[in-house]
Design a protein around this ligand. Structure first.
Ligand code: FMN
Length: 222
C-alpha cells in the first residue's frame, strides 16, 4: 500500500481546499491511501516553547506519520499571493529540530495543489512553497498541476467536485503522484532487501576451511 499524508492549509469548515482534498482522497487509485492529517492542534511556533517543553506532541506525532509515509500532498490556499500562515507554521514546527529534517522530509515525494474562489488558481502560493520544499530536501512531483480558480463554480453546496474537466484533472494528478510516490518506495524496498540478502549471506557464509565469516560480510552489507 502506498501511503500519502495530506495537509490542508485551511482550517475553515467550508474550505474549498478541504473539498479538493476530499475529492483527491476519493480518487486515489487502488493500492494508494491518501490520509488527511489536521494541523489544528499545532501551536504557533515559539522557540521559547521549544526550548522549555520540547516538540509538542501533535507535532511529534505528525512528524512520525510523515516519516513513515511514501509521500506528502499539500493542498494550499493562497493568501496575499503567498502561502497560508497556518500551514507554514505547521511546516516550521515539523522541521524542528533541524537535525531531524532528513528523517522526516529528505527525499520524500511531495505534490502541491490548491483552490481559490479567485482567478489565479493559487499559482503564486504553489510557487511560494517551492523554496520551502527545496530547503527541506523533498522530491517534488511536477508532471501535472491542479490550480483551481472560481472554486465556487466547480464544487457544489455540499462540497462535491462537480466540474467534469476538473474531476479529470484531479484524478490524473492523484494517479500520477501516487505512481511517483509508489515507485520511490519500491526503490527504497529494493535497497533494503539487497542489504538484507547481503546480511543473510554474511551470516551463512564460511571461508574455505569452514569458518564463519560473519563480521566481514556483514560489514560489506552495510
Ligand atoms: C488574508 C487573505 C488573503 C487572501 N489572498 C488571496 C490571494 O492572494 N489570492 C487568492 O486567490 N485568494 C486570496 N484570498 C481568498 C482565498 O482564496 C479564499 O479565502 C479561499 O476561500 C481560502 O481557501 P479555503 O476556501 O480553502 O479556506 C485571501 C483570503 C484572505 C483571508
Amino acid at each position: 500500500m502506498t501511503t500519502i499524508i495530506s495537509l490542508c492549509g485551511s482550517l475553515r469548515r467550508g474550505s474549498f481546499n478541504g473539498m479538493l482534498l476530499r475529492a483527491a482522497i476519493e480518487m486515489a487509485p487502488s493500492g494508494t491511501a491518501i490520509e488527511p492529517e489536521s494541523i489544528r492542534e499545532i501551536p504557533l511556533y515559539d522557540a521559547d516553547l521549544e526550548e522549555e517543553h520540547g516538540i509538542p506532541p501533535a507535532v511529534e506525532r505528525l512528524k512520525n506519520r510523515i516519516a513513515r509515509a511514501d509521500g506528502l500532498l499539500i493542498v494550499t490556499p493562497e493568501y496575499n499571493n503567498s502561502v497560508p500562515g497556518v500551514l507554514k507554521n505547521a511546516i516550521d514546527w515539523l522541521s524542528r529540530p533541524g537535525d531531524d529534517i532528513a528523517r522526516v522530509f529528505r527525499g520524500r515525494p511531495v505534490a502541491i495543489m490548491g483552490a481559490t474562489p479567485g482567478a489565479g488558481g493559487t499559482g503564486l502560493s504553489q510557487a511560494a512553497w517551492l523554496p520551502v520544499v527545496r530547503l527541506l530536501g523533498m522530491r517534488p512531483w511536477f508532471e501535472r498541476a491542479v490550480l483551481i480558480s472560481d472554486a465556487s463554480k466547480v464544487f457544489d453546496s455540499e462540497g462535491h467536485l462537480i466540474d467534469a474537466a476538473t474531476q479529470r484533472r484531479v484524478r490524473a494528478f492523484v494517479e500520477g503522484f501516487a505512481a511517483f510516490a509508489g515507485a520511490q518506495r519500491n526503490q527504497e524496498d529494493t535497497k533494503v532487501s539487497v542489504a538484507a540478502v547481503g546480511i543473510r549471506e554474511g551470516v551463512m557464509a564460511s571461508d574455505p576451511r569452514g569458518r564463519v565469516v560473519t563480521t566481514l560480510r556483514m560489514g560489506e552489507a552495510q
